[in-house]
Write a protein that binds this ligand. Structure first.
Ligand SMILES: Nc1nc2c(ncn2[C@@H]2O[C@H](COP(=O)(O)OP(=O)(O)O)[C@@H](O)[C@H]2O)c(=O)[nH]1
Ligand SMILES: [Mg+2]
Length: 268
C-alpha cells in the first residue's frame, strides 16, 4: 500500500498531509514526510477537524510544526467549510503561482475526501480517475480544484499501524475489529485523560462511573441488549463510540510536546 503512495509522491508537487487536529502527533506519518522531502516535494500539514479543538490549541500546533520543524501548517474544518481559503492560498503560495498537483495523504478518516470536497466547490469539474495510474484507477482520483491546482485523493494508502489504541486513532475500520471493546475502552481512557467526563456525558446524554460503564449505559440507552443473556451489548456500544470518534463527533485535544511534559504520545 505504502509503495503506491510513494510513487504518487514522486508525481506530485505538494504533499498535503492531513492530520486529525485532536491527535496531530499520532496521525502523522514521518515516513511519508521524509520521503516527500527527500524527493524535493513541498510538505503542507493540514490540521483537519479543527472545529473539535479550541483555536489556541490549533495555533499552538501550527506554531510547533512551523518553528520546531519548519513545516508549513494550516488548520481547517472541512465539514464546516472553515479555513478553505487559507488552504487554497497556502497551496498557491507553495506552487508560486504555477500549475501543480497536490497529493492529499493521511491515515484513513482524517478527512482527505472531505477537504477535497470542500475545495472543489459545487460547480468545479471532476476529472475522471487518472488513466495512467498503475491500474488502480478506481481508487486514486484526480480532482480539479481550479485552473491551476489539481488534487489527488488517496483512500487507504496508509494502513493504520501501531498498538490497539493507535490503530483506532489512525482510522482502523471498526467493522474489521475482532474485539472492539478493548480499543474502545482505551480510547475512552485517552479522551478522559485530556478532557473532562462532562463532555462525554453531554455527547451520550448519560452519567457513567468508568469507561466500561459508559459502554453499558450507551448500550442500555439505545436498547442494544443481547437476545441470549439479556445483557447490554457493549460490543455495539464500543463500535458506536469508535465510529463517533472517526466521524468527528467527540471533542478533545492534545497539546504539542513543547506545551506538554507528561503525555508520552506527544513525544514524536
Ligand atoms: N467534525 C468534523 N468532522 C470531519 C471533518 N472532516 C471530516 N470529518 C468527518 O470525518 C469522517 C471521515 O472523513 P473523510 O473525508 O471520509 O476521511 P478520509 O478517509 O480521510 O477521506 C467523516 O465522517 C467526516 O464527516 C471536520 O473538519 N470536522
Ligand atoms: Mg476518503
Amino acid at each position: 500500500m505504502l509503495g503506491k503512495v510513494l510513487q504518487l509522491i514522486k508525481r506530485s508537487d505538494i504533499v498535503a498531509e492531513v492530520l486529525d487536529a485532536r491527535e496531530p502527533s499520532l496521525t502523522r506519518s514521518k515516513k511519508i514526510e521524509n520521503f516527500a522531502i527527500k524527493n524535493n516535494k513541498k510538505v503542507l500539514l493540514i490540521l483537519n477537524k479543527g472545529d473539535l479543538v479550541p483555536l489556541w490549541v490549533l495555533k499552538a500546533w501550527k506554531q510547533y510544526f512551523e518553528s520546531n520543524e519548519d513545516i508549513k501548517t494550516i488548520y481547517i474544518s472541512s465539514t464546516h467549510h472553515l479555513g478553505t481559503k487559507v488552504l487554497r492560498d497556502a497551496m498557491k503560495a507553495l506552487l508560486k503561482g504555477q500549475k501543480g498537483i497536490v497529493l492529499f495523504v493521511g491515515y484513513p478518516k482524517t478527512g482527505k475526501s472531505s477537504i477535497i470536497n470542500a475545495l472543489k466547490g459545487k460547480h468545479s469539474a471532476f476529472t475522471s480517475a487518472h488513466p495512467l495510474e498503475y491500474g488502480y484507477t478506481k481508487t486514486i482520483q484526480l480532482f480539479k480544484i481550479d485552473n491551476k491546482i489539481y488534487a489527488w485523493d488517496t483512500p487507504g494508502v496508509i494502513p493504520p499501524d501501531g498498538d490497539e489504541l493507535e490503530k483506532i486513532i489512525r482510522g482502523y475500520n471498526v467493522d474489521r475489529l475482532e474485539d472492539p471493546v478493548k480499543p474502545a475502552l482505551l480510547l475512552i481512557e485517552r479522551i478522559l485523560k485530556f478532557t473532562s467526563a462532562a463532555i462525554l456525558k453531554q455527547i451520550y446524554k448519560t452519567e457513567f462511573s468508568d469507561p466500561y460503564d459508559l459502554l453499558v449505559k450507551i448500550a442500555t440507552k439505545r436498547g442494544w441488549i443481547n437476545k441470549t443473556d439479556k445483557e447490554p451489548n457493549v460490543e455495539m456500544a464500543a463500535k458506536a463510540i469508535i465510529r463517533d470518534f472517526h466521524e468527528g463527533k467527540i471533542t478533545y485535544y492534545t497539546l504539542p510536546p513543547s506545551l506538554n511534559r507528561d503525555d508520552k504520545s506527544s513525544s514524536v
